[in-house]
Design a binder for this molecule. Structure first.
Ligand code: ADP
Length: 477
């Protein structure tokens, strides 16, 4: 099973310790190596100097042997742990330090021994002592001898061992202290996350207005907090919109339901003639109609919000689409003796979902009919807007929309004059559905209006690929 601490603090500390311990171990290794090499260099230099000193002290004995002779009484054996052997090239031992006793610095010399630079080498005496040995060839009077001088390396290894012990002893202490320090640092650095988590836990749907407190918005945690707060802001706006939508929708549903109920109750109070009952049923059906339209609009909007609408795009002439929309609202216009004209280029194509965009245009025409006085003229005009865009304008001669209300006309359930527009059946959803339908096709919708001078709603849509704009051919229905 893999060991994996649960919190980031411990994981950070562990990683920190691992890296620190590896670095310390590497440092200790390199430092020991350097210490060893420099100690041994001193050691070798002393050894080579002593080889020369010992050479000067060699004296030939009358019996053919060799002895050490010095003017200084202490210099007979220059150092403790200093071993000397003198051999004849033929392999007979001429001198051996007393301290060596029966230990040997190797056997009889080979033919090349001591001929080259006397670079020291390491060897072990039969009793296990590690020594550093240098050989050189020398002439004592007329006799050629091989001189071997060696030092015990035990002191050097002892020093190195002591150094290693100090390091080993210090290592766990250093790692332990660093561990505590690292943990405390990680704790301090991550403390804002803990406090953010505690604050975030307290934020619920009812407290979406709360925000995380941010100490420093410039650092990484501050940025995270800011992003989180921004997200809360968006969530809050969406929640508020949803709440408003639900409240408005219930209100809109309640009004026709209350109307149906009161009409029914009044009708039941007295005996009435069949004609009166027909009237009652007629007005009830009107309200049911309103309810049905409202339910359809709500359904369309909730589908749009959920993103469940799949566009069935086809290349279609915008003017043709305007004509189809007009034919759907013609009866309403005729009732008010209004005329709907269509103008513009019939060849310019847009790639849209026929039913969805047609409904958008129907909503605009329906409004134009509803809010314009009887006998007015309504114009649906297709206009080219460069190589990539095409406009459809729905222009009426109605009362216009006051400028203070214009920014809100596309909002859900917005009506300029709530009491009057309800009479005409509007719930304030038509324009928001139109805006969604246009935007889902990559276009946009704008309004130009002046109180008392009519309104112009302008839909702008991208041209279908391959469709080009040509000079407009005018025409009216
Ligand atoms: P409704 O279903 O009430 O017509 P809309 O979303 O279609 O809802 O329109 C919102 C409001 O904008 C309407 O209630 C009306 O007050 C105003 N409005 C829309 N179109 C026009 C227009 N052509 N002329 C005047 N007022 C309009």
């Amino acid at each position: 099973m893999r060991f994996r601490p649960r919190n980031v603090r411990s994981r950070l500390t562990l990683w920190y310790l691992l890296v620190l311990a590896s670095l310390l171990a590497l440092y200790a290794g390199v430092a020991s190596l350097f210490l060893f090499l420099s100690l041994r260099e001193d050691f070798d230099q002393n050894l080579l100097q002593d080889v020369e000193t010992v050479q000067g002290m060699l004296t030939k004995e009358p019996n053919g042997g060799v002895s050490l002779h010095s003017s200084h009484p202490d210099a007979a054996e220059p150092r403790i742990g200093h071993f000397i052997e003198v051999w004849s090239p033929q392999g007979s031992l001429l001198y051996r330090s007393a301290v060596l006793q029966d230990q040997k610095l190797g056997g009889p010399p080979g033919p090349d021994e001591g001929l080259h630079d006397p670079s020291p080498s390491t060897m072990r005496l039969p009793n296990g002592t590690r020594v550093r040995l240098a050989s050189s060839v020398y002439h004592v009077e007329d006799q050629r001898v091989v001189l071997r001088v060696a030092y015990s390396e035990e002191g050097l290894w002892r020093e190195l061992g002591e150094f290693g012990e100090v390091l080993l002893l210090g290592f766990p202490i250093a790692v332990l202290l660093a561990g505590f320090g690292g943990y405390a640092l990680a704790r301090k650095a991550l403390a804002p996350i803990d406090s953010m988590a505690t604050q975030a836990k307290r934020i619920s749907a009812e407290r979406l207005g709360d925000r995380l407190s941010i100490e420093n918005p410039e650092d990484e945690l501050g940025k995270l907090g800011t992003v989180f707060n921004d997200m809360l802001g968006r969530l809050q706006a969406a929640f508020d919109q949803l709440r408003r939508f639900t409240a408005d929708a219930s209100h809109e549903l309640r009004t026709p339901l209350t109307a149906i109920r009161s009409v029914g109750e009044v009708a039941l109070q007295d005996q009435r003639s069949p004609a009166e009952y027909r009237d009652v049923i007629g007005s009830m059906l009107e309200e049911v109609d309103r309810l049905t339209r409202l339910a359809e609009s709500l359904l369309a909007l909730s589908r749009a919000d959920a993103g469940h609408v799949q566009l069935q795009r086809e290349d279609i002439s915008l003017r043709q689409l305007a004509r189809e929309a007009t034919s759907l609202v013609e009866v309403l216009a005729e009732e008010k003796r209004q005329r709907i004209d269509i103008e513009g280029d019939a060849d310019v194509l847009v790639s849209v979902d026929r039913l969805i965009l047609r409904q958008a245009i129907v909503n605009l025409l329906d409004n134009a009919i509803k809010y314009s006085p009887p006998g007015g003229r309504i114009l649906a005009r297709v206009k080219c807007g460069g190589d990539k865009q095409i406009f459809l304008e729905v222009i009426d001669q109605g009362p216009g929309i006051p400028s203070e209300h214009q920014p809100y006309v596309f909002d859900r359930f917005f009506r300029v004059d709530k009491a009057r527009t309800r009479e005409w059946g509007g719930a304030g959803l038509g324009l928001s559905i139109t805006r969604w339908a246009v935007e889902v096709h990559g276009g946009d919708i704008t309004l130009e209006s002046e109180e008392g001078h009519g309104s112009t709603f302008r839909i702008s849509l991208p041209l279908a690929k391959g469709s080009s704009t040509s000079p407009s051919k005018g025409g009216s229905q």
